[in-house]
Write a protein that binds this ligand. Structure first.
Ligand SMILES: C[S@@+](CC[C@H](N)C(=O)[O-])C[C@H]1O[C@@H](n2cnc3c(N)ncnc32)[C@H](O)[C@@H]1O
Length: 275
């Protein structure tokens, strides 16, 4: 597979100027194997021949490499710890600051499920604890399509399976096709396009200077090669306040641990502080 993988990487680089070697080898292997099966190619070499002759297959493979699956409150343990430990800590410390602003970045936010989960949780927390702190939530993704869907805020019931019934009732309007998020929550998230692989900047330009209290990037690092993961994690490390929190996906704990500059806050949850 190593040899054919190299040939497919070279093909995309030469024909489409697309560098697919940024993705983790195991992820590329699985995705290519799925396409080999789906196209009924007899061997991986046959599949390469198909890619060379069929533009549509090349774009199908590229699409399969960009997974945008997400859910509201995707990792329930993470959101429970956010509510019980992290929000009390951030709001307590923040109340001493004159700005009264808590800065959050959801990186690789897909269609908004993650930053909107944060917005609902912080709204609920502020109401129940009678707190005035202002949360500024920046949410970024590389995909124009996902950012457009996020701004519309209209979702299928399946993405809400982990969401409290009280939140669904309070923050969504149900119609026969799905659930529309209320403007009050939509307004709390500032969406923009931002490529985490962009060499120019560590934080989204919309946030002006980074300096986040909380950065959440889950189910993104997993797809990239070790050098790329390290480059992205260095950006988060630079953009996070010294006492800030970094949250990732359940499958990415070992990636963050091996980076070496974050300390796990509450094992086994994928929550870290700067070490
Ligand atoms: C699998 S989804 C995860 C969404 C959400 N974070 C979650 O955990 O449910 C991965 C998202 O990361 C985005 N993404 C992948 N590479 C990116 C990059 N280089 N810069 C910004 N976003 C990226 C994809 O477009 C996709 O929307």
């Amino acid at each position: 597979m190593r040899n054919i993988l190299h040939k497919i990487e070279t093909f995309f680089q030469e024909r489409y100027e697309r560098d697919i070697s940024i993705y983790a080898e195991s992820f590329l292997d699985t995705t290519i194997n799925e396409r080999v099966v789906a196209t009924a190619s007899k061997t991986a070499d046959d599949y390469l021949a198909l890619l060379e002759s069929n533009k549509d297959e090349a774009s199908l493979l590229l699409d399969s490499l960009t997974n945008a699956y997400s859910e509201f409150f995707r990792n329930p343990l993470t959101f429970a710890l956010l509510e019980q430990f992290i929000l009390p800590k951030l709001t307590n410390e923040n109340s001493k600051l004159p700005s009264g602003e808590i800065r959050v970045w959801s990186a690789g936010c897909s269609a908004g499920q993650e930053p909107y989960s944060l917005a609902m949780l912080t709204d609920h927390f502020k109401t129940t604890h009678l707190i005035n702190s202002r949360f500024r939530i920046f949410a970024t993704d590389i995909s124009t399509k996902q950012i457009e869907i996020a701004r519309q805020g209209f979702y299928d019931v399946k993405t809400l399976q982990n969401t409290r019934m009280s939140f669904i009732k309070k923050y969504f309007e149900e119609n026969k096709n799905g659930f529309l998020l209320h403007d009050g929550i939509k307004k709390q998230v500032d969406f923009s396009l931002f490529d985490l692989l962009n060499n120019g900047s560590s934080a989204p330009p919309a946030s002006i200077f980074g300096d986040f209290d909380l950065i959440m990037c889950s189910n993104v690092l997993f797809y990239y090669r070790p050098e790329i993961r390290k480059m992205i994690l260095s950006k988060f490390h630079r953009s996070l306040k010294s006492d800030g929190f970094f949250i990732t996906g359940e499958a990415e704990v070992s990636v963050v641990k091996s980076f070496g500059k974050f300390r796990q806050f509450a094992s086994p949850a994928p929550i870290f502080t700067k070490s």
